[in-house]
Design a protein around this ligand. Structure first.
Ligand code: NAD
Length: 509
């Protein structure tokens, strides 16, 4: 019988009480590996009630005491990194190395959150007026909710809750229903590290659970990461319900290749950033903009054999460079975009349609997908035009589009005119061009000769334009600001001097 995944509420695994379930697949075989409960309204209430009940004591716990638990938690996570990576890979399909790397990036946010006593230090002004001192500090919001996407089932939740709970909030995480198991294990490890019951809860579900959480009167803030249409919808609904909200959306990340770029380095960068994790990363490079035909021709010549030779396999295959896509439905959607690109007139230089895992003797991107599993080979398009759907839309698969630009200005205009503004990179040896790009690109995170410029945990992560709705980025200083609100005290102590009533606005006399 297929196992059913539990929620994690009030410090323990809790069996589903509703009657709606979804399938969780093994992407490498296509088989159903588990059932995930899709929470009902009453399960939403139970999870929020657990978080609300835990809030007063947790908010009153001194920040150094909270930090001590987080120190133990990050050790606990490190001790279980292989187990967590296997859980991620088995439900998502990405390679074990990639999964391990993503868990590590999540743990770095826990490390950042260990500094919470320092991060929460306020400001103090002595004597802003005669006998009056003024000081500001930040306090937690209450119950915070996190709604996360399938592509980083451990890391993206860890962008949110470590900072939220370090600040004194309690948290309900609604992970993706496509790969939900990692969230339960990371919450369980937090309790094993000493986090009090109810501070971190995991509730599985789909739109019904999300709608219930963002409208819930006991929820104070919502962090969302996912596709742009849902991010926008969640942002509007949560704002209307009076919540503080940050909603990170989709991306179409461009990598501009200047004529003076180191081509060997650029090709390596494009391979990893376009095809790593089968392109299912919000910071994946999905558009290469070659400045000049010479650069474009050289890139196509060097990339084509590399894409054809990609070693494709399930996460148990230690040689795999790229795994399957997360579900059959998503694989078919990506394949549909490749069909559309051909129909729209782009040149499909490497066709990964119908390609399955690499087996001995078939030389890389050359198997067939007839054995089940949600595989798709690497695809490379040349001569892509800005009006084509493979350029305008986020495909979220192993498909790289090459656009030919005549000049740097034309390349920059492409970057700036695109509706998404998550990440972009420029590859060049020229400091002047690089500096111009970092100044003028309308993009949240920029790499200079770095293809996936994901900020470290102590900086903040977020895009511009339709890649982010709200005012705050995630983790780093922006995360602390999002999960706290400012309070400012103006105080005077009786000093024997009696003042008369003053009917005009107080000034700094
Ligand atoms: P998705 O938008 O389908 O789902 C994200 C979350 O929203 C899930 O928890 C899901 O259950 C929930 N959801 C789905 N439909 C909903 C609805 N109608 N109403 C309310 N909630 C709903 O995204 P996904 O396919 O899981 O993830 C891939 C997307 O996430 C890509 O667009 C990718 O770019 C984006 N992403 C963005 C970032 C970023 O930092 N900007 C990071 C990772 C992923």
């Amino acid at each position: 019988m297929t196992a059913t995944i539990d929620h994690f509420v009030g410090g323990e695994r809790v069996a589903a009480s509703g009657n709606r379930f979804g399938d969780v697949f093994d992407p490498a075989s296509g088989a159903v590996r588990a059932r995930v409960p899709l929470a009902s309204e009453s399960e939403v209430d139970t999870a929020v009630a657990a978080a609300r009940a835990a809030f007063p004591d947790w908010a009153a716990t001194a920040p150094p005491a909270r930090a001590r638990i987080l120190f133990r938690y990050q050790m606990q996570l490190r001790d279980h990194i292989d187990e967590l990576a296997r859980i991620v890979s088995s439900e998502h399909g990405k390679t074990l190395d990639d999964a391990r790397g993503s868990v590590t990036r999540g743990i770095e946010v826990v490390e950042f959150a260990c500094g919470i006593p320092q991060l929460l230090k306020g400001e103090h002004n002595e004597g802003v007026a005669s006998g009056i001192d003024s000081y500001s500090f930040r306090q937690p919001l209450g119950v915070c909710v996190g709604i996360t996407p399938f592509n980083f089932p451990a890391m993206v939740p860890m962008w949110m809750f470590p900072v939220a709970i370090a600040c004194g909030n309690t948290f309900v995480l609604k992970p993706s229903e496509r790969d939900p198991s990692a969230a339960v294990r990371i919450a369980e490890l937090a309790v094993e590290a000493g986090l009090p019951a109810g501070v971190l809860n995991v509730l599985h579900g789909d739109r019904e659970a999300v709608d219930g959480l963002i409208a819930h009167p006991e929820v104070d803030a919502v962090s969302f990461v996912g596709s742009t249409p849902i991010a926008e919808r969640v942002y509007r609904a949560a704002s209307q319900a009076g919540k503080r909200v940050q909603a990170l959306g989709g991306a179409k990340n461009h990598l501009v290749v200047m004529p003076d770029a180191d081509l060997d380095q650029t090709v390596e960068a494009l391979m990893g950033s376009a095809y790593g994790s089968a392109g299912e990363r919000c910071m994946a490079v999905s558009v290469a903009v070659a400045v000049g035909d010479d650069v474009a021709d050289a890139l196509v010549e060097r990339l084509s054999p590399r894409v054809r030779d990609l070693h494709i396999g399930g996460f148990e295959d230690p040689q795999a460079e790229m795994g399957p896509l997360v579900t059959g439905a998503h694989r078919n959607r990506v394949r549909g975009y490749v069909d559309a690109g051909v129909e729209e007139g782009a040149e499909l230089v490497v066709d990964g349609r119908g390609v399955g895992p690499t087996t001995a003797g078939n030389g890389g991107n050359g198997g067939t997908d007839s054995d089940g599993g949600f595989f798709l080979g690497g695809c490379l398009f040349d001569r892509v035009q800005p009006q084509m759907s493979i350029y305008t839309d986020e495909i979220f698969g192993p498909v790289l589009s090459l656009v030919r630009a005549k000049s740097y200005e034309e390349a920059l205009t492409l970057v700036n005119d695109h509706e998404y503004g998550n990440g972009a990179a420029i590859f060049t040896r020229d400091g002047d061009t690089a500096r111009d790009f970092t100044t003028r690109a309308k993009i949240g995170m920029i790499g200079v000769n770095v293809p996936i410029p994901v900020p470290s945990a102590f900086h903040s992560f977020g895009g511009w334009k339709r890649s982010l709705f709200g005012d705050h980025y995630m983790h780093g200083p922006e995360g602390v600001r999002f999960y706290t609100r400012l309070k400012t005290i103006t105080q005077r102590w009786p000093s024997g001097v009696r003042e008369q009533a003053d009917f005009s606005i107080p000034t700094h006399r």
